[in-house]
Design a protein. Structure first.
Lengths: 214, 396
């Protein structure tokens, strides 16, 4: 009898916790259609949710900030942000990932999704949301193509604060289609670097960490 | 020595699966009952809060469908119809009017939202009158714009989250190429204001090329004024329609009553099924223990003792079922709310299901009473068992 009541009490405690205001994540608006469009060879996908909070807490977030070369700010970059990871399958074989991050832009929030292969190389870049005077140009396929083939090794040398690589690297070759929108261009590069660092931590076992030079 | 309660409890444990299924059945009906009562309470409270949070009792809009106007007021959105700003002076001439605030809602297609674009909405408000009517709005950062024509914006909590804006940041209205400065971020309110971008009404008129036009006029009536009389006067204004929030509330409650009847029917069916389940379980138990009851009586147990024994078993089943139902009602309230929101034509913001201790206690007492009534027949049947007959039957 006592055991039954303990279980009941535990259930009450478990379920009666009110919903707290959680940090905001970044999901695809229409995963079924978006995955098929972004990864045409895919036949299915699995969704999982990860957070720095669960993987290592504040210490891990500091580590990620160090690798990014910039501190996390605002509601979209807190330790409890839920990151949505789409694992992409072709039949039973896993063929890549889609992962998005939020980034503060000059005129509004930006959502940058990366389509990555199993080695962590960018297959394509997708702005799900972009409020910018240069939104049209930044969403042009030609702009996105400049990121294809790059990986975290290329981005580690890119200084997100200075907006250039030291020493000069492949990221510097990415051309800003609208020089007046330098703020949003740099925000897109920061989001891409952050996205790649998180993915290296989440799924690639930090294999690119060897290229990080503090 | 075993107490009668322990004997009853052990009896129920003899057929664990059957007892568990009965408890689940009672629990399900208690869940439905508690959720329904919580919904009755929560829906009206949320609707009243939404309407109170409007800050005004009457809205004047351009002539059109009243349901469209109601949706516009409660859910936000754009009206295809506009009224002239001069209506403000005409309405102000009425003695019943305490305050009023003009509004201009505009929406624009943003091609850079998702793959195929999305809508962005802006509410033009008058900085001199709107904050006075929405006194409950508090700021997380900054404050209201001071100039009715300034290119400034105040963002609701969720709008600021989505756009990642802070005070001092810039905000771009897509397609219109208009750049605004964020001067305030509101605290979370749990209402539609959380997702709203407020802009000075004159600025909205200018940006969207709607000079001298409004989509709504919110009116706060003097405390002792006759609202119906004012409505009558406002009806006489040309090309406008008058929507009182009392009417809106009544309309919505009428629409919701259908859904309530449906849920109530389900609750009644669930309770009946649970009653039958309890009767069945206890009756089966009585039949199985026919000889045992006979022996109990032959060694001195009185009919009232047997009645009590069986009735307590029913009580324990219903108590556990009721507690299980209460846990489910609390635990699954979010899921239940989601289901109800899908059913309803209009659901206000905030919690639709309000569960409190009093309500859970009422549910528990109702389930126990229904259960005890269900237990009367099996207990009476058991109390009537004749000792010798039962033993003889069993031997035979």
């Amino acid at each position: 009898m006592n055991k039954s009541f303990t279980i009941l009490l535990m259930l009450v405690c478990l379920f009666s916790v009110n919903n707290l205001y959680a940090a905001v994540g970044c999901d695809l608006n229409d995963p079924d259609k978006d995955v098929a469009r972004l990864f045409p060879e895919s036949t299915g996908y699995k969704t999982s949710y990860l957070s720095l909070d669960k993987l290592g807490g504040a210490a891990l977030m500091q580590e990620i900030e160090k690798r990014l070369g910039d501190s996390f700010q605002g509601l979209y970059e807190t330790v409890d942000v839920p990151y949505t990871l789409y694992e992409i399958y072709k039949e039973k074989e896993k063929i890549g990932y889609i992962h998005g991050v939020n980034q503060k832009g000059e005129y509004g929030g930006i959502q940058v999704f990366l389509v990555l292969d199993m080695a962590g190389t960018i297959k394509s870049l997708y702005f799900q949301k972009l409020t910018s005077r240069a939104a049209k140009q930044l969403r042009e396929p030609d702009f996105g193509k400049q990121f294809v083939g790059l990986n975290l090794k290329d981005f580690y040398s890119y200084d997100v604060k200075a907006g250039k690589s030291v020493p000069s690297g492949k990221v510097d070759e990415i051309k800003n289609p609208v020089p007046e929108a330098a703020g949003d261009f740099r925000a897109a590069l920061r989001a891409t670097k952050k996205n790649l660092i998180l993915m290296d931590q989440f799924v690639y076992s930090n294999k690119h960490l060897q290229y990080f030079k503090p | 020595m075993l107490s009668i309660y322990k004997v009853c409890y052990k009896n129920l444990l003899r057929k664990k699966v059957r007892s568990s299924l009965t408890i689940i059945g009672v629990g399900l009906s208690a869940w439905v009952l508690a959720s329904l009562m919580g919904f009755n309470k929560g829906y009206e409270a949320s609707l009243n809060r939404d309407i109170d949070n409007m800050g005004f009792q009457i809205v004047v809009t351009a002539k059109g469908c009243p349901y469209e106007a109601a949706t516009l007021m409660l859910k936000g959105g754009t009206s295809l119809r506009y009224m002239k700003e001069s209506v403000v002076n005409e309405v102000a001439a009425n003695a019943e009017v305490e305050k009023m605030t003009p509004m201009l809602m505009q929406a624009i297609f943003d091609p850079n939202k998702g793959e195929s674009g999305g809508m962005s909405a802006y509410l033009g408000v008058d900085p001199a009158s709107f904050p006075q009517m929405k006194t409950y709005l508090e700021f997380k950062q900054g404050g209201w714009f001071k100039d009715a024509a300034a290119y400034e914006a105040v963002l609701g909590y969720e709008a600021a989250e989505l756009e990642q804006r802070e005070v001092g940041d810039k905000l771009l209205i897509p397609e219109k190429n208009a750049e605004l400065k964020v001067v305030g971020i509101l605290k979370r309110t749990g209402t539609q204001d959380d997702g709203t971008i407020f802009i000075p009404v004159k600025a909205v008129q200018q940006i969207f090329a709607k000079p001298g036009e409004l989509t709504g006029l919110g009116i706060k009536v003097k405390k002792d004024a006759n609202i119906a009389q004012l409505e009558e006067k406002l009806y006489k204004l040309p090309d406008v329609q008058v929507v009182s929030l009392a009417q809106v509330k009544q309309t919505i409650m009428n629409l919701v009553s259908t859904a309530k009847v449906m849920v109530l029917s389900i609750a009644i069916i669930a309770v009946i099924i649970a009653m039958v389940g309890v009767i069945n379980t206890i009756l089966m138990s009585v039949f199985e223990r026919y000889q045992e009851i006979g022996i109990l009586k032959s060694i001195g147990a009185m009919p009232e003792d047997i009645f009590k024994l069986i009735w307590i078993e029913t009580f324990i089943l219903c108590l556990l079922g009721g507690l299980f139902g209460a846990v489910m009602a609390f635990g699954l309230s979010q899921v239940t709310e989601l289901l109800i929101r899908r059913l309803l034509p209009y659901a206000p913001t905030g919690s639709l299901i309000l569960l409190d201790f009093k309500l859970i206690l009422t549910t528990l007492i109702s389930v126990l009473l229904i259960g005890l009534v269900s237990g009367v027949y099996p207990a009476w049947k058991a109390a009537r068992v004749r000792p010798l007959e039962s033993i003889r039957n069993e031997m035979g």
